[in-house]
Design a protein around this ligand. Sequence first.
Ligand SMILES: NC(=O)C1=CN([C@@H]2O[C@H](COP(=O)(O)OP(=O)(O)OC[C@H]3O[C@@H](n4cnc5c(N)ncnc54)[C@H](OP(=O)(O)O)[C@@H]3O)[C@@H](O)[C@H]2O)C=CC1
Ligand SMILES: Nc1nc(=O)c2c([nH]1)NC[C@@H]1CN(c3ccc(C(=O)N[C@@H](CCC(=O)O)C(=O)O)cc3)C=[N+]21
Length: 289
Amino acid sequence: MNIDGKLTAQTLRDKLAIEVAEFKSRYKIQPSLTVIIVGDDPASHIYVKNKVKQTQEIGMISNEIKLPIETTENHLLSLLEQLNNDDSVHGILVQLPLPKHIDESAIISAINPDKDVDGFHAMNSGRLFNGEPGALVPCTPQGCVLLAKQHLGKDLSGLHAVVIGRSNIVGKPVAMLLLQENCTVTITHSKTKNLPELCKQADILVAAVGIAKLVKADWVKEGATVIDVGINRITTNEGATKLVGDVDYVEAFEKCGAITPVPGGVGPMTIACLLKNTLAAAKNSLQSR
Ligand SMILES: NC(=O)C1=CN([C@@H]2O[C@H](COP(=O)(O)OP(=O)(O)OC[C@H]3O[C@@H](n4cnc5c(N)ncnc54)[C@H](OP(=O)(O)O)[C@@H]3O)[C@@H](O)[C@H]2O)C=CC1
Ligand SMILES: Nc1nc(=O)c2c([nH]1)NC[C@@H]1CN(c3ccc(C(=O)N[C@@H](CCC(=O)O)C(=O)O)cc3)C=[N+]21
């Protein structure tokens, strides 16, 4: 079965649009998101454009700040300080990766945790790790769990989840969320031995690597739920570029119980969860009034 992320994301956005309207009429505040993008990677720009459009569609304010590739770390830090202190800005997202001369972790640490809609600040990852309330949780991992639950139902207790990848953006936080859902979690990475054998034990398999079609049908257990996070641009024999995931979709489809496609799976859910976090950040701002 195919898990339709586009449709699920639309449903989530429709629900959020109602919540945004309620929030606006109750508090006379319009939730707002500021996205900062440094440099001119075309793929990043398209992705940021989608975010801006969808933010506005559900009734929130979207600001985009485009900076040249030469932007210094100090300039970015002072911009963040300004945005942190601006009460009309509720969510801040700095598009990653940043140019090599900028220290990403210094930038992430400089974002006010209450405005950190990516959930990458140590305060938010610490809250997630400790199971404390109030964390802004990274968007892609939230999307993965929502899609898994869509197929498997609310209760994931006792299921074996195998995560391929251990980045701070996807692998580690998705593993934490699945653990919170009472899954038995195995985290794998580039140094893992017997990766196919481990994957074959998964009731839920999350692939977040960045290698086109790495996961083959014989890595997948019969009936498993496969969540494909990978976004890989490949050139077809005809010379066109197309997006594929980390899982060989056509092969795995026959074997698994359900699988998310690329495009149209986790990607749209990431953006919908970003909007959800922006509304949560706007709610955070009420506490500091
Ligand atoms: N759909 C969406 O919304 C999003 C999609 N993505 C996509 O997800 C993918 C992963 O992103 P991200 O986590 O940022 O990537 P990173 O490059 O930061 O991490 C990749 C991870 O994969 C592991 N890995 C690399 N090669 C192998 C291998 N042969 N076998 C097993 N593990 C391996 C690495 O291991 P090690 O740690 O040992 O190096 C690392 O932990 C990318 O395709 C990215 O574009 C990312 C964010 C959002
Ligand atoms: N600070 C920060 N936060 C991020 O969340 C972040 C980031 N930086 N840097 C880049 C990655 C990647 N990422 C994607 C989100 C949505 C789609 C998405 O919607 N993809 C569509 C396809 C879009 C297309 O056609 O190009 C889909 O899968 O259907 C893709 C990729 C978020 N990231």
